[in-house]
Design a protein around this ligand. Structure first.
Ligand SMILES: Nc1ncnc2c1ncn2[C@@H]1O[C@H](COP(=O)(O)OP(=O)(O)OP(=O)(O)O)[C@@H](O)[C@H]1O
Ligand SMILES: [Mg+2]
Length: 643
């Protein structure tokens, strides 16, 4: 008889029943330490997705993105997976939205039914005895125990380490994420850092470049906004300082002697007090005439005239012995080998080209005959079509120079149409007024500056291992100018790197192993340099970049494109990249494009992209087992931020 008043009889009965059934449930030894069990599948189950239920006290043991090992009951196979949804809390034996629970919650009742957790796990593969991971042929059976991997196991599985540290993997206590500076498959295969404004791109880039530099890479930053010029100082940003402390990191600037800030002559820099500041000049002769036409946005008629004038200028330079110098076989040979899609004619100056354009303009202006460009009339005019202006180039002011120019122009018979010639002249004049080209600025100015006179950029000096060169373009005046500098530096660095490589290979033949520098070039605001809108109009520029990208893979030169407007970046540029750091991105069109470009990112991560917090990013590097959600380290160096 049960003693209903005290319940004692009931308890005794229950204890006896329990004992006869074999005592309390014992957790099998093989389940010790597990956080939950797999469930049965449903008709809607998909291949790699497994549902795991966890007891209430383990609800937070497997947060999103954590890695788990499932030991399949009975067959003993081991599977590794990642938590891609949840943890969700569900009441035992009730639906979470049952009317009773809804009523309790809405009326402020205290009742909380017993509950458990549920997480969705995506299986990454089957773990073989030797620890390798293979695509799974089967699935974990129901009721299999699930264990959370510790940080060491997780780091080994994710293969996400590297001396260029980016931050910590989300979902783990402390798994550092980085890129190996010495792996040819990583930086030399190019990187894109994308995200809406304020997403944390500059912070990521600052960390990337200071760590890459510290790892011995030569880093060049094409700093369109002048954000990175103060990286020699430790950060004083409150948020960053707090974040660094949490991670056990200390604020730290790039050693001043390892960093140089370059800015164009007579232009400002955002950090005038940098201890290592250098002005620089460009060389017009290095600039591909084709790239120059694209950057100057010349019309078809203007392009035709520009190229004609360029050819005439080359002939006049040869006649005058400017280049190749008379009897100089080496220069003769070099002149023959120039690929004008890559670079311009050596010693070509903007004033000389403008002199030729002026002469052609004067000729076109002279009358309807020449304006129509009839060859016969031009020939008849031979005697008096010499320049009716004062050339800027001293060599063309002499009677001999004048005569040579006239002869070449008459022989070339350039097309007429003074308006188009004036258009070309206008564009070149604008460029010339910027006075950024070497050898054609006011000679007295350079003399006055004497030994401090700025020189053209020395590209080899940008390749010092462990050096950071910030090219501050914040005050270049107009975007065509920034683009000219970017095109020039990209090409110059690539050429210098090719030379370093030749040296390296020569030394190797002699038994010396002196590896060439590993180079990283960061292009900020990349959409302004290469834009989807303009790509049809700037094929040469894009080809140049594609060529650098292709050669860079073999020659240790990595490009890193940074932009807040990935939709404006030509798709071709994204397809040059193998590594991606994706900060918050909201534009569904862009997310769609990236889904097609970046492989292996699970749906859960794509869904989170529009709502990532500043400093969080989905990171995909070729050496990772899978793309990861990363909480990027706060910047250790000072960034000039427009806040
Ligand atoms: N890794 C991070 N840790 C902590 N805070 C961060 C991190 N990254 C970014 N932030 C915060 O977000 C702000 C904006 O970051 P940042 O300037 O790097 O973004 P951005 O994407 O470069 O923006 P913009 O497009 O305007 O250049 C920072 O000032 C900082 O407050
Ligand atoms: Mg920025």
């Amino acid at each position: 008889m049960l003693d209903t008043a005290t319940g004692n009889g009931f308890r005794q009965q229950l204890a006896a029943d329990t004992a006869s059934a074999g005592g309390p449930v014992r957790v099998p030894d093989e389940d010790a330490g597990s956080i939950g069990k797999t469930l049965f599948d449903l008709p809607g189950s998909s291949d790699l997705a497994v549902t795991v239920v966890v007891p209430k006290d383990k609800l937070h043991a497997a947060p999103s993105q954590s890695l788990v090992r499932i030991i399949s009951r009975h067959d003993g196979r081991k599977y590794l997976g990642v938590v891609t949804a949840g943890p969700f809390a569900e009441p035992d034996g009730l639906r979470g939205d049952s009317p009773m629970l809804t009523a309790v919650a809405t009326h402020g009742g205290e009742y909380l039914p017993p509950y458990h957790g549920r997480v969705q796990v995506t299986v990454l593969g089957e773990e073989l005895k030797d620890g390798t991971l293979t695509p799974p042929r089967l699935r974990p059976l129901p009721n299999s125990p699930v264990f959370v991997l510790n940080d060491k196991e997780a780091a080994d599985l994710l293969k996400c380490s590297g001396d260029v540290r980016l931050g910590l993997a989300v979902g783990h206590e402390s798994v550092a994420v980085g890129a190996p500076s010495g792996a040819k498959a990583v930086f030399p295969r190019h990187t894109a850092v994308l995200g809406t404004t304020g997403g944390g791109k500059s912070t990521t880039v600052a960390g990337l470049i200071s760590r890459a530099r510290a790892a011995g890479m030569a880093v060049v930053v094409l700093d369109v906004e002048g954000e990175y010029t103060q990286m020699n100082e430790p950060t004083d940003h409150k948020v960053m300082l707090g974040g660094l402390r949490d991670r056990g990191l200390a604020p730290e600037g790039v050693p001043a002697d390892k960093m140089t800030v370059y800015h164009l002559i007579d232009r400002d820099t955002t950090n005038p007090s940098h201890p290592n500041r250098k002005e620089f000049l460009l060389q017009f002769g290095r600039l591909s005439p084709y790239a120059a036409m694209e950057i100057l946005d010349l019309s078809d008629a203007q392009q035709e005239r520009f190229l004609k004038a360029y050819d005439i200028a080359k002939e006049v330079m040869r006649d005058l012995g400017i280049f190749p110098a008379k009897g100089n076989q080496e220069q003769e040979q070099y002149a023959l080998e120039i690929d004008e899609f890559e670079r311009g004619y050596p010693r070509m100056t903007l004033p000389l080209l403008m002199d030729v354009v002026s002469a052609c303009l004067a000729r076109a202006d002279k009358g309807p005959k020449q304006a129509k460009g009839k060859a016969k009339d031009a020939d008849e005019d031979d005697g008096d079509s010499g320049p009716t202006f004062v050339p800027q180039t001293p060599e063309l002011r002499t009677p001999d120079g004048k005569a040579k120019l006239s002869t070449r122009i008459n022989a070339a018979n350039p097309p007429g149409n003074a308006i188009s010639w004036r258009g070309v002249m206008g564009r070149l004049g604008r460029l010339n007024r910027l006075k950024v080209f070497w050898g054609e600025t006011d000679p007295n100015r350079d003399k006055a500056r004497d030994k401090d006179a700025p020189l053209p950029m020395n590209y080899a000096s940008l390749l010092k291992p462990g050096g950071l060169s910030v090219i501050d373009l914040s005050d270049t005046g107009y975007s065509a100018m920034s683009n000219l500098v970017i095109a020039d530096i990209l090409h110059g660095v690539q050429e210098a790197q090719e030379l370093a490589y030749v040296e390296y290979e020569k030394a190797k033949l002699n038994g010396k192993d002196k590896p060439p520098p590993r180079v990283l070039i960061v292009v900020e605001e990349a959409h302004e340099f290469l834009s989807e809108e303009r790509i049809a109009k700037t094929p040469v520029l894009f080809e140049q970049v594609a060529r650098i990208a292709k050669r860079g893979r073999k020659r240790w030169l990595g490009l890193c494109f940074v932009t807040q407007l990935p939709a404006h970046l030509p798709k071709q540029v994204l397809s040059l990249c193998n590594s991606f750091v994706l900060h918050k991105l909201q534009d569904p069109h862009v997310v769609g494009l990236l889904r097609r470009t970046v492989g292996g990112v699970d749906e859960g991560l794509w869904d989170r992209l529009p709502s990532l917090a500043p400093g969080q990013a989905v990171v995909s590097f070729p050496h990772f087992t899978r793309p990861l959600l990363v909480s990027i380290d706060p910047a250790m160096c000072k960034l000039r931020m427009a806040e």
